[in-house]
Design a binder for this molecule. Structure first.
Ligand code: FES
Length: 122
């Protein structure tokens, strides 16, 4: 069993996994009980599992836990409520950083913005 340390929604978390290739999505949902990221296709295509990793949108079903060691992960749970969409200091920065995540979940079939030159789903 190996332990991994990462920051999730601003808090340091230590999780254990027997498989270094275990998808980040499973650890977020099962070990940390964060259900904002959803299991959709499991293939990195639908965007239902999108989270921010060090500020960039990634599909958590396609990122292994070993690749997340020491990184910062933000899920939908950290983005606030409809009444108070951005919390605390640095709201403008938080709003800008959350745009890829908000976009991916507002239009899950399109997913997060992709690399230039890579076509998204119609
Ligand atoms: S579950 Fe569809 S992209 Fe991750």
């Amino acid at each position: 069993m190996t332990f991994y340390t990462l920051h999730v929604n601003g808090k340091a978390q230590r999780v254990e996994s027997w498989d270094p290739d275990q998808p980040l999505l499973y650890l977020l949902r099962n070990a940390l009980s964060l259900h904002g990221p959803k299991f959709g296709c499991g293939l990195g295509q639908c965007g239902a599992c999108t989270v921010l990793m060090d500020g960039a949108a990634v599909r958590s079903c396609s990122v292994s836990i070993s690749a997340v060691q020491g990184k910062s992960v933000t899920t939908l749970e950290a983005l606030g409520t409809p009444e108070k969409p951005d919390r605390g200091a640095g709201e403008g920065r938080a709003r800008r950083q959350s745009l890829p995540l908000r976009h991916a979940h507002a239009h899950p079939a399109r997913g997060a913005p992709r690399e230039p030159g890579v076509r998204g789903l119609p």
